[in-house]
Structure formats: C-alpha cells, structure tokens
Ligand binder design. Structure first.
Ligand SMILES: [Zn+2]
Length: 61
C-alpha cells in the first residue's frame, strides 16, 4: 500500500475487526513519510486468514 499523496510507504495503524468473519476486514493505514491517514482500506494481505477461535460453543464431553 502506498500513500496517494506522496507515494510513500504506508503502515497499518488499526485493524477494524469484523464480527462477521465472512466479511473482509478493514484497516486504517498511515503514511510513514507524510503522516497521511487513509481509513477503511481492505485488510487482506494475500491469503493470511487467521481464524479467530472463540470457544463459545464448547461441546466437550
Ligand atoms: Zn505520504
């Protein structure tokens, strides 16, 4: 991801977690050079899909 203003390198500063895991996650990114922040960018770096394990429905016997 590159800054639309100065073409600098952007870094992720915040990830918006989706409760519905079928939806793509979004993130805020900030330019390391000029500090320009772009909100709600798609957060799918390739296929790094970390499944969140919430053990709500534990049916262990
Ligand atoms: Zn920039």
């Amino acid at each position: 991801m590159f800054c639309p203003k100065c073409k600098g390198v952007q870094t992720v500063i915040k990830v918006h977690e989706e409760k519905d895991l079928s939806k793509p996650r979004l993130c805020d990114v900030q330019c390391l050079d000029c500090g320009h922040v772009v909100y709600y960018q798609p957060y799918d770096f390739g296929s790094t899909f970390n499944v969140v394990t919430n053990n709500k429905n534990v049916d262990s016997k």
